[in-house]
Design a protein around this ligand. Structure first.
Ligand SMILES: [Zn+2]
Length: 597
């Protein structure tokens, strides 16, 4: 990971007022000296998300999210620490000093070159669509599908010219290297020809694929002449900046609407998504390809608790529904399925019958299990036989087993059992006999940064950590306390190892710098603390807390010696040794018990 110089971090933190930054994402309401809003990290009806300007921290009393301004940007934008700093630095107009190792530097250099190439290529494709004579058929196609020029501009749709080397020559002329074009996948290599290569996208309507913060990382190209014997859609291959299974098309535009709605409408195609979005149904995403991956499901889970799968009514669409379920269920997402009329997709429905008709379908979307039962009944033509019930039970049993939460699994299982007129045991057996594979990497990650272990910290250790954050004097003294190591007094004091080093070279940090320099778990902890209030004698308080911890240890030692002494089988020699040990401890205990004056 690249290191950003600490003074840079400090400057960025000082220039990034947390109220202003969070307020730029969504409105904050003043409440006394604090600010309040509906929490963006969990769904709620009354605001428990607080922003404290003097502490420069945020804290949600509902879900426990919290930290400083960097933490907020990391969680809200789903980026790492360094990217969060870069973003805030850019916003504040601060040039960062970065200390990089050469390997990292070249990797990042490669990444930024590829991003630059994609950005310029998207603009070039777009210009081709708007201006190029050759692109007339793609403009006609867009008009036919109700996608206006304004929409094409908003989504930066483009046109990749026909011909095998048009893109290549343009990009080389722009100063990109042949090697970079191959890395980007925009140029395909001919076997045995390392200097040549041909354009991957030829005579196609181009959709830039953006990551969740809006950078173009790949393309999807749609064929314009369906009679051609080529794939309808061609996507960018996996590259250092693009992994199909990790990107959700549309997410860069729909983040906020997703949080507001608490649910995501999942569509198959880019055109369906754009059409819905432009008709005001904005809480939409599309997995690239047909089924959800674990990574996509986890990404989505940070914004919503429920999805409505809105796939085509054809068999391929229904297969995509079922293939998406393992990833969605294991991520803890509730799945509903919208039933579209046969032969319709979201786009055709919206354009044919209006967005209202589409929204009605969404409102009628049923929980996946109920949806499957109803389809079973419909397909049986009103005669839902035992055989058909058993077949539905076999299909659903495996999915029930994937529900991660026991309570939900049980209630859903008994619901499905009663709908099918089966016993719970029979349904569970059907599930065991027809297991659905969990996604490979579905070892479930914690959904929220876990603060549970931090809650167990004793009050005095908490106080020591808090004052260590606030006072350089306290930090300096604590660093001298090496024998016995402080962790012998309380293992949780190992937190100090995470607190002291990052703060070592910072003089007079602001509260926001302090909190943002800490590791995430501590940020969470510290966001609940009164960081602005510091006792007048922080060092004295810490010293007496440490004395208290020492005293506890000594008393425990003495008590266990006394217990041992009561053992009837001891030799007189052993008794004397134990008594001596107790006597030796006593003056230490006495000394620590006397308050310092
Ligand atoms: Zn919350």
């Amino acid at each position: 990971m690249p290191r950003i110089a600490e003074e840079s971090i400090q400057r960025v933190a000082d220039a990034s007022d947390i109220v202003e930054i969070i307020g730029s994402y969504f409105p904050l309401k003043r409440a006394g000296t604090n600010f309040r809003a509906l929490c963006p990290f969990h769904k709620e009806k009354s605001p428990s998300f607080h922003v404290n300007p003097s502490r420069q921290s945020f804290h949600c009393f509902g879900c426990g999210a919290g930290g400083g301004v960097f933490r907020f940007v990391m969680d809200y934008e789903h980026v790492d620490f360094v990217s969060a700093i870069r973003r805030l630095a850019q916003r504040a107009g601060i040039a960062l000093t970065e200390e990089n190792d050469p390997h990292e530097e070249s990797r990042r250099g490669q990444r930024s070159r590829l991003l630059e190439l994609h950005k310029e290529t998207a603009a070039w494709f777009h210009l081709n669509l708007l201006r190029n004579q050759e692109a007339e058929h793609s403009r006609v196609y867009l008009r036919k599908r109700g996608l206006t020029k304004e929409i094409a501009i908003a989504w930066q749709l483009g046109y990749a010219p026909a011909g095998w080397e048009v893109f290549r020559d343009w990009a080389l002329g722009k100063g990109f290297l042949h090697e970079e074009l191959l890395q980007s996948g925009l140029l395909s290599a001919r076997e045995g020809d390392t200097q040549g290569g041909y354009d991957r996208f030829r005579d196609r309507l181009m959709f830039p694929i953006r990551n969740d913060y809006g950078e173009v990382v790949g393309f999807s190209g749609r064929i314009l002449n369906d009679s051609q014997k080529e794939a309808k859609y061609v996507n960018s291959p996996e590259t250092p900046i693009f992994s199909k299974g990790r990107v959700l098309f549309g997410l860069d535009k729909s983040k906020r609407p997703l949080i507001d709605a608490g649910e995501a409408i999942v569509m198959e195609g880019q055109i369906d998504l754009i059409s819905a979005f432009e008709h005001g149904v904005t809480h939409v995403v599309a997995p690239q390809g047909t089924a959800f991956t674990t990574e996509q499901a986890r990404l989505l889970r940070r914004f919503v608790e429920r999805v409505i799968l809105c796939f085509d009514a054809d068999t391929a669409g229904q297969n995509a529904v079922e293939k998406s379920l393992p990833a969605l269920f294991t991520a803890g997402i509730e799945v509903r399925v919208a039933h579209l009329p046969q032969g319709e997709d979201p786009d055709s429905l919206i354009r044919g019958k209006g967005v209202k008709a589409f929204q009605e379908r969404l409102a009628q979307a049923k929980d996946f299990f109920e949806h499957t039962i109803q389809r079973g009944i419909e397909e049986s033509g009103g005669n839902f036989s035992h055989r058909e019930k058993a077949s539905v039970a076999r299909r659903l049993g495996g999915y029930l087993a994937l529900l991660p939460e026991a309570a939900l699994r049980e209630t859903t299982t008994s619901y499905v059992a009663s709908r099918l007129g089966l016993s719970v045991a029979a349904l569970q057996e059907a599930g065991r006999n027809h297991p659905i594979a969990r996604p490979d990497d579905a070892a479930l990650p914690p959904q929220q940064p876990s603060s549970s272990h931090l809650k167990k910290i004793s009050a005095s250790t908490k106080m020591i950590c808090r004052l260590a954050i606030l006072s350089p004097e306290v930090r300096a003294w604590l660093e001298t306390q090496t024998s016995p190591p402080l962790t012998e007094l309380d293992p949780e004091l190992s937190l100090l190892e995470e607190i002291i080093p990052p703060l070592r070279n910072i003089e007079e940090p602001s509260p926001s710098t302090l909190i943002s320099l800490l590791p995430p778990n501590l940020q969470l902890l510290a966001s609940g603390w009164e960081l602005e209030r510091i006792s007048s004698e922080p060092l004295t308080s810490v010293q007496s807390a440490i004395r208290g911890l020492r005293l506890n240890i000594l008393k425990k030692q003495r008590d266990s010696l006394s217990i041992e002494l009561r053992n009837p089988g001891l030799t007189s020699q052993k008794i004397m040794a134990l008594q001596k040990e107790i006597l030796d401890l006593q003056p230490l205990i006495n000394e620590l018990s006397t308050p310092v004056t």
